[in-house]
Structures are given as structure tokens and as C-alpha cells.
Design a protein around this ligand. Sequence first.
Ligand code: IMP
Ligand code: MG
Length: 180
Amino acid sequence: MKVDNKNRGKDYQLYIPYSKVKKKVKEIANKINKQYKGKTPIFIGVLNGAFMFMADLLKEIKIDCEVDFYKLSSYGDDKISSGQVKSLKELNCEVHNRHIIIVEDIIDSGLSIQYIRNDISKEKPKSLKVVALLFKNGVSKLDFKVDYVGFRIPNKFVVGYGLDYAQKYRNLKGIYVLKN
Ligand code: IMP
Ligand code: MG
């Protein structure tokens, strides 16, 4: 882990600096720009966690696109997934026959993304892909492939860059691990 003088004495420690995150986001956007050339996909961000990732990603998207958000609740204030997923905000856009890209902050157990993917599939989009900034190795039991992954990380609880613990830390610019 990097020495992080700025955050000495804090209850979190730098894990991935913003410079690295930005570089990775640009790489992902470039792939999407190439693969969706001539198409007008709808990016669907998963609230609340994906708001920063969504903003940075969309700034690097050069093709025509639309934006919407999906809101999900599953965690409460726990670090472990409750297994209870429910949708709090449905989509405003017409998904049928459109190219859809779901933008998720992190995939942990995989329950949330499975739920959202199933829900959106019901509307019969023309195509459906998933982009996740972070993916916890060895935790997720997914029956589909995540199309774009930023960083594969071990099973650590991370915060910052939109990610919270008990609603705090979303405003941190980089990605951090909480100290025990
Ligand atoms: P899953 O359903 O277990 O895959 O959890 C996905 C959701 O839980 C993510 O969209 C996050 O909002 C939240 N989450 C999972 N792991 C973390 C973490 O390490 N830090 C903060 N939030 C997390
Ligand atoms: Mg989330």
C-alpha cells in the first residue's frame, strides 16, 4: 500500500489514487467509443455509488448517447450484502430495442447487478452490457460476463469516489480502504 501522508490520522487509507482511476476511466471510455461507433447507447448509472464514475466516464464519451439512472437499495449500513435487493427508482427512458450500458461502481456478491440486469432485460433492449469500475475477485457468483471492468480487487471494503460506508466518504476523490 502507498504511503499516504495527506490522510495520516484518518480512519481511511489510500488504495487507488484518482490519477489512476481517471486513466482507467478514459481507457474504458475509449473502448466504448470504438465499439458503439454509429450507435446511440443509453448509459444507465446505478445510484448512489456510481455517480462519480458515471460523470467521469460520460465526459470521455465522444459518441451520441443518452443518460438515465437506476436506484437500488440493498446494504443498509452494513459492510456485508444483506441479500435483499429492491429497486427505489425506475427508469424514465424507453429501453426497448435500444443499446443499454449499465454503469455500476462495484460488484461484490453480484446480487445487485444480477437484479438490475434481469429487470432491464425484461424490456427487451437491443443489446445490454455492464461496466463496473471495481470487481471483487472471488466473491461474485455471476451467470454472465461483465463486459468492462476497471480494477479487480481483493475482498476489501473500499470507500470514496462515490462509494460509501454508512453514507459517508462518497466525496473522497480517490478510492480508499477503511482502517479497522
Ligand atoms: P453486491 O450486490 O454485493 O454486488 O453489491 C453491490 C453494491 O453494494 C455496490 O453497488 C455498492 O453500492 C455496494 N458495495 C459493495 N461492496 C462495497 C464496498 O467495498 N464499498 C462500498 N460499497 C460497496
Ligand atoms: Mg452501487
